[in-house]
Design a binder for this molecule. Structure first.
Ligand SMILES: Nc1ncnc2c1ncn2[C@@H]1O[C@H](COP(=O)(O)OP(=O)(O)OP(=O)(O)O)[C@@H](O)[C@H]1O
Ligand SMILES: [Mg+2]
Length: 508
């Protein structure tokens, strides 16, 4: 009835009276009676009516009783419309119990306007007449004027489903997936992945790094998320690869969380060493959903991905001490025993992911040593954006000071600026110094602690450089001596051979 009034575009006092009548009717007439009356009304009204009704049931009955995806998407779409316009709403807790989600109450209707055309959505509940059967089925009815049949059944419904999907993705509880089975005691299993709610607090605002670089990354990410049509136009899958490299504690993992929070994506943390073989890896990759970041951390340590290249390099490093060599060999043997994933398997899995999945996806590799990686793995097209996470410089320090001490300037800033520019200290270490250790620790104490720490670090680096220089000189001297000995030996051998030749000559 209300639907009919709205659809026919009654205005002014007619509409006001109708609205009053409608709210009285809704308040005082029980819904069982209302359902009956409305059915009769529609039957009678249908004979002369020019309105069209489309029913969307909560469950589809074709393959057993299966939840209808379209119904869920429409409910998502209607949630915001209902909050703004419906008279009776239902409040539910969100999945992460952090907020309330309002939606259309049963037996309630809400109006929507699309391209100037009014439509009405109503939510009804069907209950079985059979006393023994207590089940109830919900359904949504879309009502509109027949004149707009074409537009509503195509453009409008497409719009509703698309928006519903977007809203659903936005409201969903984001997840951190892992393939590492040893960590999943409290996690839910979903196919090959287990998951826990993703609740990392890192954001780009709290990430300490060069501001220009940070803005560049944000812009790149925004461009990527809006690039659906562009990627289609240039014939590329809608994916982007990031390689984050830099020393430990410079914020590579923090950056991944900031990216996920910025884009509102899920995170798949792929532990390569626990993947059995190449085909398992491919299945894992294909099992990931859209709007997600697939992460492989410390890719240089995960597997012997550099193969022959690395072995050759090791042979060249004749100065490397035995202990280190044995440790590396043990590590490689262990990873070979645990996993049979190869470099080409990884490349294929990434390319499979690139081409076979729908929806936008980002893959991130992190490493402490860029030069240890095979060029094929990090070439543009696979890893489109190479981002260096560096030691804490003044810009990054200011962000950390703001985060940890809530200050934007201080007398010590000048000294700190000089020190951080000439000392390599990771943001993790700077942050540790800035963190108050007791209630008495104010900004002044924390900054002085940082200055002291930076000075110590500087001194340590100076001593280390001196030692390195000394070691290098010794190494050079050893090499020179070895070379001279070899040359001397060679010369001696040539002379001896010459003597034998002369002796032989004499004999002849
Ligand atoms: N750039 C940064 N901005 C803000 N906090 C940072 C930054 N870098 C490090 N931190 C702090 O230091 C901690 C360790 O950083 P993170 O784990 O991101 O380093 P990483 O580069 O991934 O190190 P690794 O190479 O050892 O994995 C973080 O929890 C965070 O608190
Ligand atoms: Mg890390």
């Amino acid at each position: 009835m209300f639907e009919a009034g709205a659809l026919f575009g009654f205005t002014g006092t007619t509409m006001a009276s109708l609205m009053f009548f409608w709210s009285m009717y809704r308040q005082f007439v029980p819904y069982q009676l209302r359902d009956y009356l409305e059915k009769c009304f529609y039957k009678m009204f249908g004979l002369v009516s020019t309105s069209v009704h489309i029913k969307f049931t909560e469950y589809t009955e074709d393959k057993g009783l299966k939840k209808s995806q379209a119904y869920d998407l429409i409910r998502n779409y209607l949630s915001s419309k209902s909050t703004a316009r419906a008279q009776r709403l239902k409040a539910n807790e969100s999945k992460n119990s952090k907020s309330l989600v309002l939606s259309l109450d049963d037996h309630e209707a809400v109006e929507d306007v699309f391209q100037g055309v009014k439509v009405v959505w109503s939510l009804s509940v069907w209950k079985s007449d059979n006393q023994a059967d207590s089940s109830e089925r919900k359904y949504l009815t879309l009502s509109f004027h027949n004149r707009y049949r074409e537009m509503i059944t195509t453009t409008y419904l497409d719009h509703v489903l698309r928006e519903g999907k977007e809203i659903g993705l936005k409201n969903r509880e984001r997840k951190l997936y892992t393939n590492n089975s040893s960590q999943d005691y409290s996690a839910w299993r979903e196919g090959r992945w287990s998951n826990v709610p993703f609740d990392h607090p890192a954001t780009f605002e709290t990430l300490a790094m060069d501001l220009e670089k940070k803005e560049g990354i944000k812009k790149d990410l925004i461009k990527f998320t809006k690039g659906k049509d562009y990627y289609r136009k240039v014939g590329k899958p809608w994916k982007r690869g990031y390689l984050l490299f830099g020393p430990p504690g410079t914020g590579k993992s923090t950056m991944i969380s900031a990216m996920a929070n910025f884009l509102e994506y899920d995170v798949y943390d792929l532990e390569l060493t626990t993947v059995k073989d190449n085909s398992e890896l491919k299945k894992l990759m294909l099992d990931t959903k859209g709007k997600s970041i697939v992460v492989i951390e410390d890719i240089d340590c995960s597997l012997d991905l550099t193969g022959q290249r690395k072995k050759k390099k090791e042979e060249d490093e004749d100065e490397e001490d035995e202990e280190k060599k044995a440790e590396k060999l043990l590590k490689r043997e262990r990873s070979e025993r645990e996993s049979k994933v190869t470099l080409s398997g990884l490349l294929n899995a990434i390319d499979g992911l690139w081409s076979a999945c729908s929806g936008e996806k980002i893959i991130v590799f992190t490493t402490n040593y860029l030069d240890k990686l095979d060029p094929a793995l990090i070439r543009r097209g696979r890893m489109d954006n190479h981002i260096e996470m560096s030691y804490c410089r003044f810009e990054a320090f200011k962000v950390l000071a703001k985060n940890y001490l809530e200050i934007e300037s201080h007398d010590l800033y000048g000294e700190i600026k000089r020190l951080v520019e000439e000392t390599d200290m990771s943001p993790a270490d700077v942050a540790e110094n800035l963190m108050p250790k007791s209630d008495e620790d104010d900004a002044d104490i924390c900054l002085r602690r940082l200055v002291k720490s930076l000075e110590e670090e500087k001194e340590k680096a100076r001593k280390l450089a001196e030692e390195e220089k000394k070691k290098k000189a010794e190494r050079d001297a050893r090499r020179k001596k070895k070379k001279a000995e070899e040359e001397h030996k060679k010369k001696k051998e040539t002379e001896e051979n010459g003597d034998v030749f002369r002796d032989n000559g004499n004999l002849i």
